[in-house]
Design a binder for this molecule. Structure first.
Ligand SMILES: [Zn+2]
Ligand SMILES: [Zn+2]
Length: 153
């Protein structure tokens, strides 16, 4: 997304739109895939020699829950996007695209969760506990402690 400096009046100008999610250059190792365009609502103002751009950037993504492995849709958002660009003499436009990308990538969760209360997988049988309890009874762990008690004796 490029902002044409000559089109920004003294009082500033608003820019709203979407970018192809390819600008995010996501790799499989990022653990997320785009589900729609990167949307922005920006306000640009020239305060010579700078162009100040602030606003809101968001991208709908599909992420994998770090606890249960389920896929879920999420909206990654930077509601406080703010960048300033040093304008060179005669510069016509400013490309904001790399910074839109950075704003989204910086807000990717390190450990995405499908829900704050995601119950995860049972460490014994691997069942997704969000779908209901499994056959493993908590008391079955008592066996291990029981064995340790036996060793102590
Ligand atoms: Zn989950
Ligand atoms: Zn289980």
């Amino acid at each position: 997304m490029r902002i044409e400096v000559s089109r920004v009046p003294g009082e500033g100008a608003s820019f709203e739109g979407g970018e192809d999610p390819a600008i995010l250059e996501l790799r499989p190792s990022d653990g997320v895939t785009p589900e729609g365009p990167v949307r922005y609502r920006l306000f640009a103002q020239v305060l010579k020699p700078q162009l100040i751009v602030r606003g809101d950037v968001e991208a709908p993504l599909r992420a994998e829950c770090s606890r249960c492995g389920g896929f879920f849709s999420t909206l990654i958002r930077d509601p406080a996007f703010l960048r300033d660009y040093q304008l060179q003499e005669g510069q016509r436009d400013v490309d904001v695209t790399p910074d839109l990308r950075e704003a989204i990538l910086l807000n990717l969760p390190a450990n995405p969760l499908c829900d704050e209360s995601c119950a995860g997988l049972c460490p014994r049988c691997g069942r997704n506990l969000n779908e209901g309890p499994c056959e493993c009874r908590p008391s079955s762990d008592g066996g291990r402690w029981g064995a340790l008690d036996g060793l102590r004796i």
